[in-house]
Design a protein around this ligand. Structure first.
Ligand SMILES: Cc1cc2nc3c(=O)[nH]c(=O)nc-3n(C[C@H](O)[C@H](O)[C@H](O)COP(=O)(O)OP(=O)(O)OC[C@H]3O[C@@H](n4cnc5c(N)ncnc54)[C@H](O)[C@@H]3O)c2cc1C
Length: 411
């Protein structure tokens, strides 16, 4: 049965419509952008989807000031196209850029390989406008980087998955576009050797933008996605550098000298278009296709190699953003039932908890959701988060059951 939708042409029209809804129909609402990850997290029942596809204008773009203000329905590809025309970029890797919107990416706190060198959307979002479930339009932050008194509501909306407010406009800091990029794709016999390299790179003369550790199943998936002829029979460490062509050549040379003494088996260099192709393939790894389960684990960077080694033994494909300790995992098709998934999940979850980490489920069969740690291990702050949700949305109209409001709080 198709769900009703409302497609606002302006944020004022949306605010009026949401105020009327809260006062009368009280429909349950789900904000949607490119619909690339509505299947992520808890699935939410809604009476009406608020589609941002007509909220795609550029509000302000003083390129000289390295900021841009756009409406939340703008597709990532269109945003990057506008920025590239000024030799600028939003240096955050977001999957499925043709369809994904900036509002959706912010609501999911999407990031990718370059979060190591250039940070996440939290580092670039400096202002936003949004509408709460009662139809109140509010602004937070501004068009310039400034310290405003009070709570940073912008940051609160990052990763809120459409449960606190509908984002309508965003102001982003942007960065100059690097002239060139280059990857080293290094294979190793063991994950322990890779950890020795990562430790060495802490004092590297080069400035890695990404440090991607892949176990064998993940290396095969990324190589297939990229269609690049890359060796994938051993664990992989991929290192990205950016800058002018001369800076990239120099950094790649420095990295080769710093890493080769640590038992590198095979080494592939990817420059320019091939480098962009690999970055895109690594970014797309996070979006599940037909894998039965996708998870995100968070660990100390120094623990990634052991987790990857364990996952490799379990034939679970893992991509570790090894500079930050963020790990994305895809279960093999063999884990087709809830019980098989739970069996495979247990040792990974135990490892994460035993090392002060966490593991949450990004995507799985909706039937399994109430039996799996969709939001990871219970957090003492969940109670406060639920109170905040009730404060901002007292009638529970925005994406009910989609996120924290769905998890049981122990007394
Ligand atoms: C928990 C989670 C983690 C993810 N992590 C990553 C990652 O690390 N890297 C990566 O590349 N991709 C990640 N994704 C996928 C990525 O976020 C999406 O591919 C894409 O950025 C979402 O954009 P979209 O426009 O397609 O949003 P949709 O799929 O349409 O919506 C995604 C979510 O955002 C909400 N939403 C959409 N528009 C708005 C709006 N204007 N205001 C408020 N809420 C809105 C929706 O209600 C929904 O909950 C993640 C997705 C989720 C759910």
């Amino acid at each position: 049965m198709s769900v009703a939708e409302f497609v606002p042409a302006t944020q004022t029209e949306l605010a009026r419509w949401m105020a009327e809804n809260a006062a009368a129909a009280r429909q349950k609402l789900l904000p949607v952008g490119g619909r690339t990850s509505l299947h992520f997290g808890f699935s939410a029942e809604s009476d009406c989807q608020i589609d941002s596809r007509e909220l795609t204008r550029v509000v302000d773009y003083p390129a000289r000031d390295l900021t841009i203000t756009v409406e939340a329905g703008m597709r990532i590809e269109e945003l990057q196209r506008l920025l590239v025309a000024e030799r600028q970029q939003l240096p955050v890797d977001i999957a499925q850029p043709v369809r994904a919107t900036i509002g959706g990416a912010i609501a999911c706190n999407a990031s990718g390989p370059r979060r190591h060198g250039s940070g996440t959307l939290r580092d670039y979002l400096i202002g936003c406008s949004a509408i709460d479930a009662q139809g109140s339009l509010f602004k937070s932050g501004g068009r310039v980087v400034k310290n405003v008194a009070g709570y940073d509501l912008c940051k609160l909306l990052i990763g809120s998955r459409g449960t606190l407010a509908v984002i309508t406009q965003v102001t982003l800091k942007v960065k100059p576009l690097p002239e060139a990029a280059g990857w080293w794709w290094l294979t190793f016999d063991t994950f322990a050797e890779m950890e020795n390299v990562l430790e060495r790179l802490l004092t590297s003369a080069a400035r890695p933008m990404a440090l991607e550790m892949l176990d064998v199943p993940a290396a095969k998936l990324v190589a297939t996605e990229s269609r690049l002829p890359l060796p994938t029979d051993c664990p992989v460490l991929a290192i990205l550098v950016e800058g002018t062509s001369r800076e990239v050549a120099w950094q790649l040379d420095v990295l080769r000298k710093e890493t080769v003494p640590f038992g590198v088996q095979q080494i592939e260099q990817l420059l320019d278009q091939d480098a962009r192709t690999l970055t895109a393939a690594l970014t797309e790894f996070q979006v599940p296709t037909d894998e039965p389960l996708t998870f995100q684990a968070n660990l100390r960077p120094s623990r990634c190699w052991e987790f990857a080694e364990l996952a490799n033994r379990l034939d679970v494909a893992v991509q570790c953003h090894a500079g930050n300790g963020v790990i994305i995992g895809q279960f093999p098709e063999a884990a087709a039932s809830r019980d098989q998934a739970l069996t495979l999940l247990q040792p990974l979850q135990q490892f994460a908890s035993a090392h002060t980490g966490n593991l949450q489920i990004l995507h799985c069969d909706p039937e399994w959701q109430d039996d799996l740690p969709m939001c990871g291990q219970p957090e003492p702050a969940w109670g406060i988060m639920q109170q905040l949700k009730r404060q901002l949305d007292p009638q529970g109209l925005l994406s009910p059951g989609r996120f924290i409001d769905r998890v049981p709080i122990s007394a």
